[in-house]
Design a protein around this ligand. Structure first.
Ligand SMILES: *Cc1c(COP(=O)(O)O)cnc(C)c1O
Length: 383
């Protein structure tokens, strides 16, 4: 059996090596390192793949979130609602812009923002909601968009973990994640479902005016060379990363299918253990929940509901099974983001999840004997 890794970028690279190397060499030969044709090509390829009108590439996913908020014209004092259980990027950029983050508890099964309590968090200062499509499953966007429209709020989708995921509406129609909010942000960090070989990110929107505004913001606020109309940033996807992404985008669906297959195998083999709650999928298409694209398994995250999670993780690690704990501390408990307005009772689920969750190795190169070994090691500890 090959050594088990949390993410096997090396194994994936070996299979696409000549194509990726050729596309990188092409950039090296052309010297078009910044804003070269590969970036424009990737922009168009991704627009086509997502079915979104505008893609604006940028330097990383954190910038993408920040620039999306700048593009919407959010101002200090504006409140932005987001999930308590996510990576810090989301809340970090809200705070950096002088906006006020308002954290909300999540759903126990899908780990995404609990739409039943969003309205309780809305005040006259609320301007936007940032649903995070955590671990590869979209938040309940249909309800979120209804709430946003009722209260006249912007919705910024955080698609960093959901590239290629579908969201199915109750009428059965579906779109790719990133197509529902007013603007969306994603990351091409190497371990994401669509990853490059360095940092990268993008903003998506179907709004022409917003796309124009954002194209200026990513380029020092310039709409005409050396005319700085707004305060902008320097946030570019470099050509080498764009070339890597052009080589990998056609493989994204196959990569996600490989993740889904590994997830199905985990679920089949781990089903029925009382101590574990396995990942759920919510799909509005009937009878397709086992084969739908509603979950693209950026992570395969399990809740250990009986026993000590840290002990289980240490046991697995000692047996050569790496595990991740995403995320061990809820954002409202982080020093940087704590706030007197928060009450522990309002974060029952996040508090519970941060103690219960662990994520199994998940990537495109998992082999059956590795999955078998991982499952046997978990079962060996539990039963
Ligand atoms: C990875 C990630 C980001 C940030 O992306 P970077 O490219 O690392 O800046 C933002 N939000 C979520 C949910 C992420 O997983």
């Amino acid at each position: 059996m090959k050594k088990i890794q949390m993410v096997d970028l090396g194994g994936q690279y070996q299979k696409i090596k000549s194509e990726v190397n050729d596309s990188i060499t092409e950039i090296l030969e052309s010297s078009a390192f910044i804003n070269g044709p590969a970036v424009k090509e990737f922009q168009i390829n991704l627009e086509k793949y997502l079915g979104v009108k505008h893609v604006i590439p940028c330097a990383n996913g954190t910038d993408a979130l920040q620039i999306a908020m700048m593009g919407l014209g959010l101002k200090p004092g504006d409140e932005v609602i987001t999930a308590d259980f996510t990576f810090a990027s989301t809340v970090e950029v809200i705070a950096l812009l002088g906006l006020t983050p308002v954290l909300v508890d999540v759903c126990p099964n899908l780990f995404t923002i609990n739409v039943d309590i969003i309205e309780k968090a809305i005040t006259p200062n609320t301007k936007a909601i940032v649903p995070v499509h955590l671990f590869g499953h979209c938040a309940n966007m249909e309800v979120i968009m209804e709430i946003a429209s009722k209260h006249d709020l912007f919705v910024i989708e955080d698609c960093a973990q959901s590239m290629g995921a579908d969201y199915v509406f109750s009428n059965g129609s579906s779109v790719k994640s990133g197509n529902m909010g007013h603007v969306s942000a994603t990351s091409f960090f190497p371990s994401k479902n669509l990853g490059c070989y360095g940092d990268g990110g993008a903003i998506f929107t179907n709004d022409d005016d917003l796309a124009h505004t954002i194209r200026g913001i990513v380029n020092h606020g310039m709409y005409k060379r050396y005319h700085h109309d707004v305060v902008g940033v320097n946030s570019r996807l470099d050509s080498i990363q764009a070339a890597v992404l052009n080589a990998k985008l056609p493989l994204l669906d196959a990569y996600n299918a490989a993740r889904q297959l590994a997830a199905r195998k985990y679920t089949e083999k781990l089903r029925g253990l009382d101590a574990l709650i396995l990942p759920a999928i919510r799909c509005n298409k009937e009878n397709t929940s086992t084969s739908c694209n509603c979950h693209v398994f950026h992570q395969y995250t399990i809740r250990l509901v009986e026993g000590n999670r840290d002990e289980l993780v240490a046991h697995l690690n000692s047996k050569g099974v790496p595990c991740g704990v995403y995320y061990p501390i809820p954002l409202h408990q982080q020093k940087a983001y704590s706030n007197d307005r928060y009450n522990e009772v309002d974060f029952t689920i996040t508090n519970q999840l941060s103690k219960q969750v662990f994520s199994l190795p998940m990537h495109t190169e998992l082999e059956d004997d590795q999955i078998e070994y991982i499952v046997d090691t978990i079962k060996g500890y539990l039963v």
